[in-house]
Design a protein around this ligand. Structure first.
Ligand SMILES: [Zn+2]
Ligand SMILES: [Zn+2]
Length: 214
């Protein structure tokens, strides 16, 4: 199995390449770091005279590692309520506990989040495509996936679309507000504090709610 250190080096390479568009890749560690040998042996990276190349097998592994890392962050913020400033360090340790296929369970509990608390994309897993099963335990869920009468508090809002964000702002919805779902059809009707709002499914899928058990 990949060592923790080599996994971190691999993650950093994928982030540089895919999210920052940086070329050539900067190793971030010295060239004779044992992690490099390890990654080469596993067929994750290739080294030529002056560059490091991330190979497909390494990309797949890096996506899985980033997924665990960012899910661990979401878990700490959404469920364990750990402050953003300290999650980076803690989630590095924590992501290693998410090995062994636990990440899909955590993803489900968190309502299949699309971004980490820093707004970085979480690579989707198999669970994110599957249809939600009834009775699955959840702590956080998109409003669009809730059942009527479910209630909780707004955990966070997520949309990349500025017109959607404007609609959310015009409703005055903010993290921490209490909310419940009154109706799902023909539109989603949301009780927010003393007011009620009808919204469409698309907007409902931008609102993540931390559920309160009845
Ligand atoms: Zn993050
Ligand atoms: Zn998922």
């Amino acid at each position: 199995m990949l060592s923790e250190h080599a996994e971190e080096v691999l993650e950093a390479l994928a982030v540089q390449m895919e999210e920052q568009g940086r070329r050539p890749l900067d190793l971030g560690v010295s060239r004779d770091d044992p992690a490099i040998e390890e990654l080469i042996k596993l067929g994750f990276i290739r080294r030529d005279a002056d560059h490091i190349h991330l190979l497909d097998k390494g990309k797949t592994e890096a996506h899985a590692a980033l997924r665990r890392h960012r899910l661990a962050e979401r878990l700490m913020v959404d469920v364990l309520d750990i402050k953003k400033q300290i999650i980076n360090e803690a989630s590095c340790k924590f992501e290693h506990l998410l090995h062994e296929g636990l990440e899909d369970n955590v993803c489900t509990i968190l309502g299949h989040p699309k971004v980490c608390p820093h707004g970085k994309l979480i690579p989707p897993g198999r669970c994110c495509q599957e249809k939600a099963k009834k009775g699955q335990m959840k702590f956080v869920s998109a409003l669009s996936e809730l059942e009527v009468k479910d209630r909780g508090e707004i955990a966070y809002l997520h949309t990349k679309d500025s017109s959607q964000m404007q609609k959310l702002m015009s409703i005055g919805i903010l993290p921490g507000m209490s909310a419940s779902l009154l109706q799902k059809f023909p539109s989603y009707v949301l009780q927010l504090g003393q007011s009620q709002f009808a919204i469409d499914k698309e907007l409902a899928s931008c609102i993540y709610v931390r559920l309160v058990r009845a």
